[in-house]
Write a protein that binds this ligand. Structure first.
Ligand code: HEC
Ligand code: HEC
Length: 323
């Protein structure tokens, strides 16, 4: 069994800029507060977001790449230890491990207060005051509505404690180069979730939380290429396969321009049926966490589709399985 993990956001410092310029103008309507909901509802919302949308559990668990899209190895949920380095994606300047976010007091975050957990998720500062490497997409989570964030905190506290001491990261550059620092991260107190009726804006919200842009915006010399946002082409290498992220802009020739909403939904919903990922795809595998995203509800997926129709088309032909 392959216990390697791959993903996702790298050097997001700059991707932050993309999101902050495009998400700044959310209106400050009042949203429902957590206090009105029963704890069970809060936890199940948190589980939905942490497992299927923000994919916290996908990054913070072991994944089995002998199966399609590397589903989470059962029993390792939140235990951390997945490794990210340049052998997976060129742009990663060092070796970083996802941390143990289960409530184990010695090796996990069992002794952290809710505020400390929230600060790590939204500002990228851990209990010791150190800045997290931005593969952990805290800049995106800084845009999340506070009630959604609190529901995630409530859910991760219900994870089964796992004893797993994760190695320290080894960076080849100072963290200040990877991420300019906490000054960028505003308080999340005023954040609200856009109304679902505003499909494009709401879709952008879900897309941001799901960190889709991190894999789909091309890196050039370790930096995201802002002229080709969502244009694809990053090559990920796992021991037995290589795959390039797709162009998901509405360009008709090289992106999703000709995709109907139905086709887009099927890309995800196909994997609601376990037998469609519980197989060895050989070299035709993917790093996109489809076994988890499959659990996103249809409305959230349709909103992402609506948002993706609204982004700038980028002409960039991608070969899915490069040699
Ligand atoms: C793309 C992969 C990825 C995703 C998605 C992700 N994380 Fe992380 N997370 C990491 C990595 C890697 C680190 C360690 C960074 C470092 O060591 O600098 C980390 C660190 C953390 C920490 C700090 C723990 C510590 O001991 O310092 C917390 C808490 C955390 N993540 C919670 C979450 C939550 C909650 C979510 C979902 C809302 C989430 N993460 C989503 C990769 C990810
Ligand atoms: C960990 C990296 C990663 C993340 C995160 C990610 N993707 Fe992908 N995506 C890929 C790769 C690699 C491919 C190409 C292989 C495949 O089809 O799965 C791909 C393919 C796709 C395709 C198929 C396009 C085609 O031409 O066949 C769509 C649509 C897509 N991604 C949308 C999304 C959306 C929407 C999100 C966020 C909800 C997302 N991706 C998050 C890596 C990622």
């Amino acid at each position: 069994m392959r216990k390697l993990f791959v993903s996702a956001g790298v050097l997001i410092a700059c991707i932050v800029a993309i999101y902050s310029s495009s998400c700044n103008n959310e209106t400050k309507e009042s949203g429902p507060t957590v206090n009105n909901d029963s704890l069970d509802k809060v936890i199940s919302r948190g589980k939905y977001l942490a497992v299927h949308v923000a994919a916290c559990i996908h990054c913070h668990s072991q994944r089995d790449f002998s199966k399609y899209s590397g589903p989470v190895v059962p029993g390792t949920e939140g235990g951390g230890g997945s490794k990210f380095d340049h052998t997976i994606l060129d742009a990663i300047p060092g070796t970083i491990y996802s941390r143990n976010i289960t409530p184990d007091p010695e090796t996990g975050i069992g002794t952290w207060t809710d505020d400390e957990i929230l600060r790590a998720i939204t500002q990228g500062i851990n209990k010791n005051g150190d800045t997290l490497f931005p593969i952990m997409p805290y800049a995106n989570y800084n845009r999340m509505a506070k009630e959604d964030l609190l529901s995630i905190v409530a859910y991760i506290k219900t994870l089964k404690p796992i004893k797993n001491k994760v190695p320290e990261r080894q960076l080849m550059i100072p963290i200040s180069m990877a991420y300019p620092g906490p000054a960028l991260q505003k308080s999340v107190d005023g954040n609200v979730r856009p109304a679902e009726s505003d499909k494009v804006k709401y879709g952008e919200y879900i897309f941001t939380i799901a960190d889709c842009g991190a894999c789909h915006t091309p890196f050039v010399k370790g930096q995201p290429d802002f002229s080709r946002v969502d244009g694809g082409g990053n090559i990920f290498t796992i021991a037995n396969f290589k795959v390039a992220s797709a162009n998901i802009t509405p360009d008709s020739a090289t992106g999703l321009g000709t995709w109907t909403e139905e086709r887009f939904l099927t890309k995800f919903t196909l994997y609601r049926d376990e037998k469609n990922y519980n197989l060895d795809p050989g070299t035709q595998n993917t790093v996109m966490p489809l076994s988890e995203y499959a659990g996103m509800n249809d409305d959230d997926l349709k909103a992402i589709y609506a948002y993706l129709r609204s982004v700038k088309p980028v002409s960039n032909k991608v070969e899915k399985y490069p040699k």
